[in-house]
Write a new protein. Structure first.
Length: 281
């Protein structure tokens, strides 16, 4: 068998098998690390969702960047909607997967600060999907909102490319940094996904609520839902493949050795013995 191993063919095959085994082990580790990250992220999101509601201004301030650790925290705020500066965000889907817009209306608090509020999904125009859509009525007067705190969207976070030159009051991302110069009041960092209002809004004044990460629907960002339950099976799958390669290498080596041995035995049987010349007397 050693003679088989030191042939050029088996040296190359062994190197290929070793390389493939190392690559599959590495892919398994990568998937396992993704599983750990997803599990930690799910735990953090669950803690944030089930934490008691707190006033928004305890977690955000004008010009601040909301840390990832505060994402999905339940917050409350009181104020009036600013219809003059509301806008829509393009290429967003509802629970049914239809593409439309998110309606974002700033809310001005009693201490003259502004907060971006994602009121939910609205359908596009039937004739022109890129046109500014028909919007639900904006409630007047003072409201108390409950919602989920979100970090400012970026192209990296959302997977949506930020495009300039869009029609008026249309944007690609929800970003307090992008909107701060448009509003007369100081704008708190991040934004709020609307969950409920007090008093409750009539149906005519409501957009379709954005699903949270604990709902059966798409959230604001796929990062909250993608990867659940898939990374660990993929890791185990790659490791099983890596385990099968050495076994396959041994099986092929034994088969090759047996085949060579069989050929040698056949050659020995079919080759007549060499005749020796008679010795002169």
């Amino acid at each position: 068998m050693l003679r088989v191993l030191i042939t050029r063919r088996w040296i190359v095959l062994t190197m290929v098998f070793v390389a493939l085994t190392l690559v599959m082990c590495r892919l398994g580790l990568w998937q396992f690390h993704r599983y750990q990250q997803t599990k930690q992220n799910d735990h953090r999101i669950s803690e944030a969702i089930h934490s008691p509601a707190v006033p928004l201004e305890t977690l955000s301030r004008p010009g601040a960047q909301v840390p990832e650790s505060n994402r999905y925290r339940t917050v409350t705020l009181t104020g009036k909607f600013d219809t003059a500066h509301q806008f829509v965000v393009r290429r967003r889907t509802n629970a049914s997967g239809e593409i439309g817009f998110f309606l974002v209306t700033p809310m001005v608090t009693p201490d003259d600060k502004a907060v971006l509020v994602n009121r939910g999904w609205v359908a596009p125009d039937d004739d022109d999907g890129a046109a500014f859509p028909a919007l639900p009525k904006t409630p007047q007067g003072t409201l108390t909102l409950t919602g989920r705190l979100q970090v400012d969207e970026t192209s990296k976070l959302s997977g949506i490319r930020n495009v300039s030159g869009l029609p008026p009051r249309q944007y690609m991302l929800i970003s307090s940094k992008e909107q701060a110069s448009r509003l007369p009041e100081p704008l708190l960092g991040g934004y709020v996904e609307l969950v409920a209002t007090k008093p409750a809004l009539p149906s005519a004044d409501r957009a379709q609520r954005v699903a949270g990460p604990d709902d059966n629907g798409p959230s604001t960002t796929d990062a909250a839902i993608v990867g659940k339950g898939v990374h660990l099976p993929y890791a185990i799958q790659w490791w099983l493949f890596a385990l099968m390669l050495p076994i396959g290498w041994i099986v092929l080596l034994r088969q090759d050795h047996k085949e060579r041995q069989r050929k040698q035995d056949t050659t020995s049987v079919t080759t007549p013995p060499t005749q020796t010349a008679p010795t002169a007397q």
